[in-house]
Design a protein around this ligand. Structure first.
Ligand SMILES: [Zn+2]
Length: 404
């Protein structure tokens, strides 16, 4: 550590810059340069040259400031020129395409040879840009392929081999826990699985809540029970469907009804749904939109780091299996129009309006309480609006969740 005669705030800003220099942090390039008193040279933070001693370093906001102070630009990192484009972006994009389409999972060295560069740098930059390792990415892609194959009715073993697992046992080892249901039952549209469901009245019409023993697999709204039952049957054609009034399902259903009535802003339910890693990312992003607010499809696409994938985001919203538990109704078109809703546009409109009303009412109630002479803090608590939204439990791609 170096003692410096600055106020703490100033000191910490300089410490952050020094840390960026020590870490050769590319993302700090263009934000400042550092100059070395003993050599008279200035560099960008990521310069590969040997790190100078801290007490020889001076920071400048821009290259021009360093030049005016009499320093000259380093010939290695060329700090006076615009920062170079990250050469790994294109390479990693190609790596992703390759992993998504490869029959068998290629080894890291094969992939590195294919793209140019060492396996060490490939691994490191893949993680930096994608957030997960090439191996995890390949696994997520293959899982998506197995699920597509199973849906199409292929034999389980055939689907596994096509997806590059090589043997069923390797698949069970690595991926089966992420599917949510054993693949054989999953493959036949829920055969062998028992799904209990209840249908009740709600402020938005008839409501169906269905669950496996692990959690809720469907929440739907319609104008008749017949409609609800036939869409559940279409989703799980081979599952044993049973009217149920078990404790858990009844309790969850009551929570959904309370939520729809504006009495329970935070819905926290165990879910047993299946998703591609893309759907999962979108659904996670939806779950972070606060109660009573909306976002556009474009904004959600940006949130998950895929700004061009607006249509795919809309598709992921449209295939949400659990109404309100994943709040896809909080996403609207860029021009403010409501856009579609799986359970009807009018219900979407009612949900958004209802949430805004409930939120306003709570805020007003809170203001009234705060205006009281001696508010009792314990009576305030239940009225305080919980802005956080349900954390959705899901077995698929848990590494994506851990990143947050
Ligand atoms: Zn340099």
């Amino acid at each position: 550590m170096v003692r410096m005669p600055y106020a703490p705030a100033h000191l910490s800003a300089l410490d952050a810059r020094w840390a960026a220099v020590l870490g050769r942090d590319r993302s700090s390039d263009g934000q400042f340069v550092y100059a070395v008193g003993t050599t008279g040279i200035y560099c960008r933070p990521s310069c590969p040259s040997r790190r100078p001693r801290r007490d020889h370093v001076v920071f400048f906001e821009a290259a021009g400031d360093a030049e005016r102070a009499g320093y000259r630009a380093c010939r290695r990192c060329r700090p006076a020129e615009p920062p170079p484009v990250d050469p790994w972006v294109d390479r990693i994009r190609r790596a992703c395409a390759h992993l998504a389409n490869a029959e068998a999972r290629p080894s890291l060295s094969t992939l590195a040879r294919h793209l140019g560069g060492s396996r060490y740098h490939l691994q490191r930059n893949f993680k930096r840009l994608v957030g997960i390792t090439p191996r995890e990415y390949a696994d997520a892609c293959r899982l998506a392929r197995v699920k597509r194959g199973l849906r199409a009715g292929e034999a389980v073993t055939g689907a596994l081999l096509d997806a590059g697992y090589g043997s069923a046992s390797r698949f069970y080892e690595r991926a089966a826990p992420k599917l949510g249901m054993p693949p054989r039952t999953y493959g036949r549209g829920g055969a062998g699985a028992t799904i209990g469901y209840v249908m009740v009245a709600s402020p938005l019409g008839r409501l169906l809540v269905a669950a496996t023993p692990r959690g809720i697999c469907s929440i739907a709204l319609a104008s008749s029970d017949h409609e609800l039952e036939s869409s559940l049957r279409a989703e799980y054609p081979a599952a044993v469907l049973a009217h149920a009034s078990t404790g858990a399902l009844t309790r969850w259903t009551r929570q959904v009804v309370d939520h729809l009535a504006g009495r329970l802003p935070r819905l926290d339910l165990p879910l047993d749904i299946r998703a591609t890693s893309f759907q999962w990312q979108v659904w996670q992003a939806l779950s972070s939109i606060p109660y009573g607010e909306t976002r556009t499809y474009k904004e959600v696409a940006k949130t998950i780091g895929r700004p061009a994938a607006v249509r795919a985001v809309a598709r992921a919203c449209a295939t949400n299996p659990v109404a309100v538990a994943i709040p896809c109704h909080r996403v609207v078109a860029s021009d403010g129009r409501l856009a579609g809703y799986r359970w009807g546009r009018r219900r979407k409109q009612a949900l958004i309006a209802g949430e805004r009303r409930a939120r306003r009412a709570r805020a007003e109630a809170r203001d009234r309480m705060n205006a009281d002479e001696a508010p009792d803090s314990s009576s305030l608590r239940p009225l305080a609006l919980d802005r956080s939204v349900p954390q959705v439990a899901h077995p698929l791609v848990p590494e994506l969740r851990r990143r947050r």
